[in-house]
Design a protein around this ligand. Structure first.
Ligand code: IDC
Length: 513
């Protein structure tokens, strides 16, 4: 059998050398220690750059298929452009490990369900049929208690995997076909299927791509799914920390020509994974021309969705100071928009850009949030909601002292490098220390009036601080206005490119990745 031949080669090359892998989070007393070590030392697996393996994280389609492909056919990987696992996926498909209707590219970075992992393992490893295969369901009677919940297309493959000793059920005897499996479990299943439990370390077949790219700002919605807030950390659907970085539009009433799908796509291609749509309420914005502005907003949200971007719908109060001034309009707006986009993981709601004037957190902004958040939650129970604070969203300490009682809420902090310096970073540190999740939904390299500077040294200090704290950020603003904070050189027009960025834009775009 081809598989055995390859394994024999691995055993032989084992003599040549040994690169023992020691992962910080895989200790030798763990049940999966041996499987992970063996496969890593054989070059079939690689952990993350920070020397972790993250054994309890769910494994994705892309990761699972890549490891299988390395087992049966080591060597060239990912010469194709596009997704890093595309080569392995196409190899798997062309070898009949899965059918065209079972996996498409939008699934690559999602958790693979157990029934699919079993099918891929059985077919790639050519696990032999057993007498109880194909319809003789004794395992169903005796061992797989939830056999009825396995799609008929996969039942015999699950039985074959059980009969080959590749996996067993959970403590209740269930297979749980639709559950994910952890990276450690996947490793155990594949190494058992490959019959390699006793293979000694080998230096062969050093993989040239990691088992998975680290969670990073590159991940868009297809990679990270529905966001959630865990503690103070924005996290993806799998509970892993995630950082969003991107651009804010300028006011939709003035610069919506830079919020079409093409501009969003160019921003995404530069490495951003979030786009903010600043829908001014005042200054001839939404309150003066609601239908016109809403149409611009919706077409931009749809553009962002098409580009796999997270998108922030920003109720951009500014001249209206107290968010309570237009609370009724805000309620009906957020009711409509959250109903419209409740099925999309892309959308993040920012309910008040920058409260300002003679107001307080506890007396004005918090009560406003307590009216708007339930309106959104009624349509969209789990989306991330961003909340500003008085003094143009700098009073995060007041919010941290008297927090909102809702899940998946973050407090925005806005800074302009020419105006806000170490003291505001200290306030963020204070707020995080009190358990308040912070999101920078707007910052500029200029002074607070949007002009002056640019202040790149202070901006650099800010970005280092945000990186060190895993804080997401959105820069003001993607337009070609003649002001220092604008990311595109003055009067460039919509055919902008990364070659026509302003000084600010160059600095910011260089920092997306
Ligand atoms: C500024 C724009 C500027 C515009 C002004 C008033 O850059 O062209 O004339 O608004 O509409 C904020 C606000 C944001 C400001 C920005 C810079 O959220 O609307 O944009 N800023 O002043 N908070 C702090 C700074």
């Amino acid at each position: 059998m081809k598989k055995r031949l390859f394994l024999a080669i691995l055993v032989l090359t084992a003599i040549l050398g040994c690169t023992a892998h020691a992962y910080m989070d895989v200790s030798s007393d763990k049940w999966y220690y041996k499987n992970i070590q063996t496969m890593s030392d054989s070059g079939l697996l690689k952990g993350y750059d920070d020397n972790t393996f993250r054994p309890d994280n769910p494994i994705t389609y892309a990761e699972f298929v890549s490891v299988l492909k390395r087992c049966v056919s080591p060597g060239s990987e990912s010469s194709l452009s596009g997704h890093w696992a595309k080569g392995a996926m196409e190899y798997a498909y062309s070898n009949g490990w899965y059918d065209y209707d079972e996996i498409n590219e939008s699934l690559y970075d999602t958790a693979i369900p157990r029934y699919m992992a079993v099918k891929l393992t059985v077919l790639s490893m050519n696990l032999p049929k057993t007498e109880n295969d194909d319809g003789v369901y004794w395992r169903y009677m005796n061992e797989i208690k939830d056999f009825n919940s396995i799609d008929g297309r996969y039942g015999y493959l699950v039985i074959r995997a059980y009969n080959n000793g590749v996996l067993t059920g959970d403590e209740n005897g269930n297979f749980n076909p639709r559950n994910s499996l952890t990276r450690a479990e996947a490793c155990a299943i594949i190494s058992r299927a490959a019959g390699m439990a006793d293979i000694k370390p080998s230096a062969s077949a050093e993989p040239d791509v990691p088992i998975a790219p680290q969670i990073s700002v590159r991940g868009g919605v297809s990679e990270n799914g529905k966001l959630q807030v865990i503690g103070t950390q924005l996290s993806n659907e799998r509970g892993e920390p995630v950082v969003l970085r991107g651009m804010s539009s300028h006011g939709l009433q003035w610069f919506s020509n830079f919020t079409d799908r093409a501009s969003i796509a160019k921003t995404a291609q530069a490495g951003a994974n979030v786009f903010r749509l600043a829908m001014y309420t005042g200054e001839n914005g939404y309150l003066s021309q609601p239908d016109n502005i809403k149409n611009k907003l919706y077409s931009s949200v749809d553009g962002a969705i098409a580009e796999d971007m997270y998108v922030i719908i920003d109720w951009h109060i500014l001249s209206d100071g107290n968010p309570m001034t237009n609370v009724a309009a805000a309620e009906s707006f957020f009711n409509e928009v959250s109903a419209k986009y409740s099925n999309y993981d892309n959308v993040i709601y920012e309910i008040c850009n920058e409260p300002n004037g003679n107001i307080s957190w506890s007396g004005d902004v918090k009560p406003y949030a307590e009216r708007i958040i339930p309106v959104i939650r009624a349509n969209d129970p789990e989306s991330v909601i961003l909340v500003g604070s008085p003094t143009w969203s700098q009073d995060i300490n007041a919010a941290a002292d008297d927090p909102l009682n809702f899940d998946n809420v973050m407090y925005t902090c806005h800074f302009y490098a020419g105006t806000h310096t170490q003291w505001l970073r200290d306030w963020i540190t204070y707020a995080i220390g009190k358990g308040a999740p912070i999101f920078i939904s707007e910052w500029g390299t200029s002074a607070a009036d949007g002009n002056g500077g640019v202040f790149l040294e202070e901006s650099q200090r800010w970005l280092e601080f945000l990186n060190a704290n895993n804080i997401s950020w959105v820069n003001w603003s993607l337009c070609d206005k003649n002001e220092a904070s604008a990311a595109i050189a003055p009067n460039t027009g919509v055919n902008w490119s990364t070659d026509t960025l302003s000084q600010s834009g160059k600095f910011v775009f260089d920092n997306f990745r």
